[in-house]
Design a protein around this ligand. Structure first.
Ligand code: TLP
Length: 349
């Protein structure tokens, strides 16, 4: 590490575009995408739809907008959306379900943050005219705040069965679904085939500077295009961004296992300390969440100490810190960060 370079483990969103992305951006053929005339956006949407084997895809500026368009299209104001207690859609999208769509979140707690069909079933409202309707079920794979945990297909299947039986659509927040695919060996199409709508991010582990896609059938995409415009997400010569997205989508998924190995390496190294709360076997993808409420340390204090030494992390609360690996940090950077954490935690703060 050079003096001025930080090892930035705050998120996989911090990656900068690769040289190949920058070249593709400079060379991108563009048009006005609101008039459906940007060939690079169209190509990105086609490749995304092919990859997920859906009828269509729509390029959106952010994962948050993608999730919220999916909510808006598939619900009516006054309905409830079942969400897991620690999900991104509930905790980090500024109440957008309610603010933008008039939808009331119905949080369901789950062991290890992976929803169980029985608990989802218990949260579905009976069909009685004076009760709100359950309009949507939202799932997240990988689960960010559960430390990048994979939602196993065998746990998801009974939820899809239940949702179909009750006629409730399912939205999959697959911001990091490529990480789940890389870790399980299943394809993103297999992991999402039964969802009514899917969102995934180009701007996280895949390394694009901007952008997400939402996927679904042709009717969903038509409605989503209208809602995207209403939410202010109709973009013009945005092929310059889609070009980077195409490089991300076609070139980056294969390298994600490296990030998973780095995350596991950090977890295994810091697990050596009795003052750090982590079980490395729970680290399945590129996120490491560990607890440090001992020896006079807490999460904000340790984060500050690390920052002074050039390592950036995110404190989630007083106890837990999140680290996310990505292509802009090497294995050596990750082990340097792990050793630094160990060094601090050995001594009293
Ligand atoms: N996650 C960000 C922060 O907002 C927490 C991060 O650094 O991890 N779904 C999931 C599961 C996400 O993790 C995120 C972003 C989003 C949706 C929203 O994507 P953006 O940031 O593009 O709006």
């Amino acid at each position: 590490m050079t003096e001025d370079r930080k090892i930035d483990l705050r998120s996989d969103t911090v990656t900068r575009p690769t040289p190949e992305m920058r070249r593709a951006m400079a060379d991108a053929e563009v048009g006005d995408d609101v008039f459906l005339e940007d060939p690079t956006v169209t190509r990105l949407e086609e490749v995304a739809a092919e990859t997920f084997q859906t009828e269509g895809a729509l390029f959106v500026p952010t994962g948050t907008m993608g999730n919220q368009i999916a909510v808006n299209v598939q619900t009516e104001p006054g309905e409830e959306a079942i969400v897991e207690t620690r999900s991104h859609i509930l905790n980090y999208e500024l109440g957008a379900l309610s603010a933008l769509s008039g939808v009331v979140p119905r949080p369901v707690a789950a062991e290890g943050a992976i929803l169980d069909a029985k608990d989802v079933e218990a949260a579905i409202r009976p069909d009685i005219y004076y009760l709100p309707r359950t309009g949507l079920i939202c799932l997240e794979n990988t689960h960010n705040m559960a430390g990048g945990k994979i939602f196993p297909s065998e746990k998801m299947e009974p939820i899809f069965d239940l949702a179909r039986e009750r006629g409730i659509p399912v939205h999959l927040d697959g911001a990091r679904i490529f990480n789940a695919a890389a870790a399980t060996g299943e394809s993103v199409a297999e992991l999402s085939s039964r969802a009514d709508s899917v969102m995934f991010c180009l701007s996280k582990g895949l390394g694009a500077p901007v952008g997400s896609l939402i996927l679904g059938d042709a009717n969903f995409i038509t409605a989503a295009r209208t809602v995207r415009k209403r939410f202010g997400g109709g973009m013009r010569q945005v092929g310059v961004l889609a070009a980077a997205g195409l490089v991300a989508l076609t070139g980056m998924p294969d390298r994600l296992p490296e990030d998973h190995e780095s995350a596991r390496a950090i977890a295994e190294r810091i697990a050596d300390s009795s003052t750090i709360d982590i079980d490395p076997t729970t680290v399945q993808t590129n996120i490491v969440i560990f607890g440090v409420n001992q020896n006079g340390w807490d999460a904000p204090k340790l984060t500050l100490a690390l920052e002074e030494k050039g390592v950036l992390a995110v404190p989630l609360d007083r106890t837990y810190i999140r680290l996310v690996t990505h292509y802009d940090v090497s294995r050596a950077d990750c082990l340097f960060a792990a050793d630094l954490i160990l060094k601090f935690m050995k001594n009293k703060s």
